[in-house]
Write a protein that binds this ligand. Structure first.
Ligand code: NAP
Length: 363
């Protein structure tokens, strides 16, 4: 892979911080611009973040003295300094769409963690191991935007990155018909730590605004087909979801119940999970987990604290596969919500798009 200069928009936030810890030692991506709101612009990164640093590792030295730019007013300056940007901002849907469009129109590809463009039909929503072929719509998107380089690509919501990777390869073999899923989601998914959200200590909150709709609907785009420069949503499988916030720092867990068209044996399911790999593994992308789906035979695994960071925090952990009295099978999945589910997933998507020729370096 070539060398690329990248920007991080929303660099001071929870996901932005995660981007910087992943990119600190990245072999191909060098951070050349940091941006956030006007409140942070003009300050050094260290001053702008202040007491909000939420990572368990210290703030990387090399970013501390970089001056934070204004994400909305310094678009041209940022676009000319980098080959593409990562974007994770806390703005309304319309404001986010307008901001991402500005960068794309300035010929700067956008790797987005935001939900605003997830259902724009010529914007790919990519889980690199699962639907890399959706990148084909980028050409049509560029035509619509009138750009040569600029486009937007998004990653999906963090909740579904635990159960969709386990279900997708099973669907290809046995046809997945109905899925019932309950998610148990970490507080970092709300951009919070226990210091900033003490009410969540010793507590479970049964409501995460908008999360159940995303968990049921976004898989249908992942399952979608590229047709005439757009992604046509799939009408299947049927998903129903309940999403709970639990007192965990990082790592979203999901309890899954599934009904198949053609019920497989337990051994067949395990064999599909064991052998499944995607383009990131074949291309040996730097942020790819060596093994995508890790299955655990122990009854008390996977556990959030023990498993979330394994294989760069990018693997999917699955356990407790057994037959169910109402559905065919049930099992439990886990993924790291700010690594695989957010910043890591976007870095892996960018690596894939660079390697596949969708992003060139300007040198
Ligand atoms: P966060 O911690 O609240 O950070 C928000 C970031 O947005 C900060 O850098 C903030 O800059 C910036 N921002 C706010 N207003 C802005 C403006 N007017 N112009 C430019 N930048 C502005 O939020 P987060 O948890 O990192 O989430 C960011 C995005 O990622 C959201 O869309 C969220 O839904 C998505 N996401 C989060 C997760 C997760 O696990 N946390 C997972 C997937 C997706 P200042 O510091 O200057 O205010």
């Amino acid at each position: 892979m070539k060398q690329y200069k990248v920007g991080v928009i929303g660099a001071t936030g929870m996901v932005g911080q995660r981007f910087l810890t992943i990119l600190e030692n990245h072999p191909n991506f060098t951070v050349a611009a940091l941006a956030a709101s006007g409140r942070s612009a003009g300050k050094t990164y260290e001053q702008a973040v202040g007491s909000r640093w939420a990572m368990t590792v210290p703030m990387p030295e090399k970013y501390k003295d970089m001056i934070v730019l204004d994400a909305e007013n310094d678009v041209e300056k940022i676009a000319s300094a980098v080959d593409f940007v990562f974007c994770a901002v806390n703005l309304s849907k319309d404001e986010t769409k307008a901001l991402e469009l500005k960068y794309a129109k300035a010929e700067c590809p956008v790797m987005s963690n935001n939900s605003a463009n997830r259902f724009t039909d010529d914007v790919p929503m990519i889980i690199p191991e699962i639907n890399p072929e959706h990148a084909a719509v980028i050409e049509a998107q560029r035509k619509r935007l009138g750009t040569k380089r600029g486009f937007i690509s998004v990653k999906s919501n963090c909740s579904l990155q635990s159960y969709v990777p386990a279900l997708y390869p099973l669907d290809r073999e046995f046809g997945v018909k109905d899925v019932l899923v309950c998610t148990y989601q970490a507080i970092s998914g709300a951009g919070k730590t226990f210091e900033r959200w003490p009410e969540m200590i010793d507590n479970v909150n049964p409501y995460i605004g908008g999360e159940e709709e995303k968990s049921e609907r976004e898989p249908l785009k992942i399952w979608g087909q590229v047709k005439d420069g757009k992604i046509e949503l799939s009408h299947r499988p049927n998903f129903t979801a309940q999403c709970l916030r639990v007192p965990v720092s990082d790592g979203h867990m999901a309890a899954v119940f599934v009904r198949f068209e053609k019920k497989p044996t337990k051994e067949q399911i395990l064999s599909v999970w064991q052998s499944f790999e995607g383009k990131p593994q074949q291309l040996k992308l730097p942020t790819a987990p060596e093994h995508f789906i890790h299955y655990y035979e122990e009854n008390d695994m996977p556990q959030t604290k023990l498993c979330r960071d394994l294989d760069k925090g990018m693997a999917i952990h699955v356990g407790r596969l057994r037959e169910d009295s109402q559905y065919d099978y049930k099992f439990v999945c886990l993924s790291h919500n700010t690594l695989r589910g957010a910043a890591g997933g976007a870095v892996l998507m960018a690596e894939l798009l660079c390697e596949e020729g969708y992003i060139d370096n300007k040198e």
